[in-house]
Write a new protein. Sequence first.
Length: 285
Amino acid sequence: MLRRSFVLGVAAAAALTGLIQVAVPSAASAADRFITVASTTSTEDSGLFGSILPKFTAKTGIEVRVVAKGTGQAIDLARRGDADVLFVHHKPSEEKFVAEGFSTLRKPVMYNDFVIVGPAVDPAGIKGGKDVAAALSKIATAKAPFVSRGDDSGTHKAELALWKTASLDPTKAEPKESWYRSIGQGMGPTLNTAAAMNGYTLTDRGTWLNFKNRGPLTVLVEGDKRLFNQYGAMLVNPAKFAHVKAADGQAFVDWLVSAEGQKAIADYTINGEQLFFPNANEPGA
């Protein structure tokens, strides 16, 4: 009788263990539901993702893991299939990404603008200007310190295009222009360097508004239409990379452009100032 009770007890324990073993992987699977988003540093450094991603996760149960790089590096990451979604801010590069088959559709999401910041003493005399090309020409003429990200980011690409509108290219000057510092870093370190040098730099407004270590820096040039800064999102093509989490990745893109996602973006403010402006439904954005 004792032997039979022992055997039954072992069997019950084994059955219970089996039930537990079935339950644990199920819980782990739920916890592992996530997507990887390759994105620009400005969406992270501005605090936008910290504001909107919890809302998406609460709605869908999908965790979003962000790899924040300069736009060029984020695109390279997605080209290798190391992300499920690409969310950046350089439309020509985004359209090329789609044309080459790495995504099937780019969706506009939001915009803000770039500004030139610099020391309040303003040795180049650009304060209050609305012409970004004229401002850059004055900085070059004064040989005032200018800090470039130099990291192939969307902001860096925009900066190089703006120098071109001023018929200047300080990256190719011979001898090397000592006033132009290309540091190969993100927006935060670039702003820190500009503050330490009493220098000028180009920054997206979102990162600037969330930047705490401003030191002598202030916004000096804004409002030129050439400073417009559009963001787009796209699912990495699962036909190229079978491991892409297509359904969950598309759910995130769809949420960003939905009424709920667009409101979440618009609702993100710092000291009452809106950082990003949703425009998913604007033709040609």
